[in-house]
Design a protein around this ligand. Structure first.
Ligand code: HEM
Length: 183
């Protein structure tokens, strides 16, 4: 099942590779495929916990795989910016970021997700798992970044934000319910 999940998640990359030659703006296309892939998988990685709380179905064994797949997309997305779009020119990177402040927001989300990916393996996870709650901050920043990056937002962009807000809201609700019970 995990192998199927990985194949399914990597499918858009295959499509992007296939469409690359005929694309009018290949870099823009790569930003979209990797950015949308990253945010969708990030949302999906939060789904198993909500699913367990709401309907009792345990899909938690897929959470790490989905999270790492999301990070792979984020890494490719950032590589499009640094390697293809800015050609490793740090002055260009700085100038582009000044013109488009949503890039800073994405960069903070990236740092959080990088930390989580690096500490998601056995020994380090035991030590750092409590900091993995930072995924909620990363999601909020990633949602802001991807919405801000749009010139015109459509149904898809609003739906992504709505799903993100619903997942974050469910967490806050569950957290409140637990603390009201304790006190
Ligand atoms: C250092 C970190 C990041 C950089 C430099 C960056 C850069 C960019 C840039 C330049 C765009 C605009 C592309 C265009 O011209 O259309 C963009 C869009 C986008 N980014 Fe990022 N990003 C970063 C992090 C993230 C993260 C962490 C996520 C999600 C988890 C993300 C998701 C998106 C999405 C969904 C879009 C809109 C794509 C579209 O609809 O075309 N980005 N990003």
């Amino acid at each position: 099942m995990k192998a199927f999940l990985v194949l399914l998640a990597l499918l858009p990359l295959g499509v992007a590779y296939y469409k690359l030659e005929s694309a009018i703006d290949p870099i823009k296309m790569l930003y979209s495929y990797t950015g949308i892939g990253a945010i969708c998988l990030l949302l999906l990685s939060l789904f198993p916990s909500s699913c367990k709380r709401i309907c009792g179905v345990n899909l938690l064994r897929y959470r790490k795989t989905i999270g790492l797949l999301s990070f792979l997309y984020v890494l490719l997305h950032v590589s499009v910016f640094v390697i293809l779009d800015s050609e490793f020119d740090f002055v260009t990177i700085f100038e582009k970021s000044l013109k488009k402040p949503f890039i800073y927001v994405g960069a903070i989300a990236f740092i959080i997700l990088l930390f989580m990916a690096l500490t998601s393996f056995k020994k380090l996870f035991a030590k750092f798992s409590k900091y993995h709650k930072a995924v909620y901050v990363a999601l909020a920043l990633a949602l802001l970044h991807s919405f801000w990056a749009q010139k015109v937002a459509g149904v898809f962009e609003y739906s992504v934000v709505a799903i993100g807000v619903a997942l974050l809201g469910e967490r806050i609700w569950a957290w409140r319910a637990l603390h009201v019970k304790l006190f």
